[in-house]
Design a protein around this ligand. Structure first.
Ligand SMILES: CC(C)(COP(=O)([O-])OP(=O)([O-])OC[C@H]1O[C@@H](n2cnc3c(N)ncnc32)[C@H](O)[C@@H]1OP(=O)([O-])[O-])[C@@H](O)C(=O)NCCC(=O)NCCSC(=O)C[C@@](C)(O)CC(=O)[O-]
Length: 299
């Protein structure tokens, strides 16, 4: 398999990253982060989510964030919407692209969105219809594709079934989430091979958490499987509120360093991305989860 010339990085730090922080984060700090990311050349930013503030308090204020960011032409600014209520709120906030999220494990689906997998898929149908009517693109997520914090092993066929439903419903791309970061390169390849039988590989994305330090290896394995879109989070921010012990997403800076080293273009400038990560870490008063950023600081 030849490596691609271009990879699209979906920056999930402002959403997947910040949703897990314990301390309050101001709208101004979120806006600054999103603007720093687009200034670094990031072409796709997941800005926030329109979910229940009782479930995920950090994402309250997403509408204000959308109102205040400087939207650069050519950059996609997206939000998570779990149901029609979320979709309608996103439309009022002027959001142009949304994502729906399902899980490959029943227990995780219940903990995360309070319904079964099949109920969640039914909830997405009106969202897909409304999105189609309004010309809004919808991305689909499947969580727990390489393991579940409650159920353990998750069969690849189960992942493929959920991914296929989302794709057939009209999601233009399906991001497969290793929510708890237990995946290995071998399992990652096998997963994409299974899911790739039903969905073209250029419609699949990889979303890796780094709990076991395997995320970069899994990304390389995915590249070998013909996957060209990866989700990552600046400074490795994040975790998952419903997956205890899950560490942050793979750090965008580390993924970029890998891709730059392979001669794969992303349009993102590493120095500016490192700076964006350092700034938000200062705001949060936390360590930078990117090894590349830490190495640069020490250099
Ligand atoms: C899905 C629900 C809303 C169901 O929650 P529910 O309690 O079953 O919802 P409900 O329809 O029964 O409504 C209950 C209350 O929630 C409100 N409500 C209902 N919907 C909305 C909405 N859209 N926005 C704002 N409020 C909402 C609704 O108005 C009502 O308010 P009340 O009358 O009690 O005041 C809830 O479970 C929820 O918000 N969950 C959040 C899940 C979440 O955001 N998880 C993190 C993102 S997923 C993730 O991180 C994984 C991923 C994508 O990154 C990939 C990976 O790594 O695996």
């Amino acid at each position: 398999m030849n490596l691609p010339r271009h990879v699209r990085l979906v920056e999930v730090g402002p959403r997947d990253g910040l949703q897990n922080e314990k301390q309050p984060i101001s709208v101004a700090d979120k806006v600054r982060l999103v603007d720093d990311l687009s200034a670094a050349g990031v072409e796709y930013v997941e800005v926030g989510s329109f979910v229940s503030p009782k479930w995920v308090p950090q994402m309250a204020g997403s509408a204000e964030v959308f109102a205040q960011i400087q939207q650069k032409p050519g950059v996609t600014y997206a939000a998570l919407t779990p149901n029609m209520q979320g979709f309608e709120a996103a439309m009022l906030a002027g959001v142009k692209e949304v994502a729906v999220f399902a899980a490959a494990s029943e227990a995780f689906s219940q903990k995360n969105i309070n319904c079964s997998i099949s109920e969640s898929l039914q909830r997405f149908v009106p969202v897909m219809d409304a999105a189609r009517e309004q010309g809004v693109r919808v991305r689909g997520y499947v969580s727990c594709v390489l393991g579940c914090p409650y159920e353990g092993e998750v069969p690849a066929q189960q992942v493929a079934a959920v991914a296929r439903e989302l794709f057939e419903m009209g999601c233009y791309e399906i991001s497969l989430g290793d929510t708890i970061g237990t995946g290995t390169a071998g399992k990652t390849r096998a997963l994409f091979e299974t899911v790739g039988r039903d969905i073209p590989r250029d419609k699949l994305a990889g979303h890796f958490h780094d709990t076991y330090g395997q995320a970069l290896a899994n990304i390389y394995a995915s590249l070998l499987e013909g996957i060209h879109v990866f989700d990552s989070s600046v400074a490795g921010l994040g975790g998952c509120p419903y997956a205890k012990g899950a560490s942050g997403n793979v750090a965008s800076e580390d993924v970029l360093y890998l891709l730059d080293g392979l001669g794969i273009h992303t349009g993102i400038e590493l120095a500016a991305l490192v700076q964006a990560g350092e700034r938000i870490c200062q705001v949060l008063g936390r360590d930078n989860g990117s090894r590349v950023a830490r190495a640069w600081r020490g250099a």
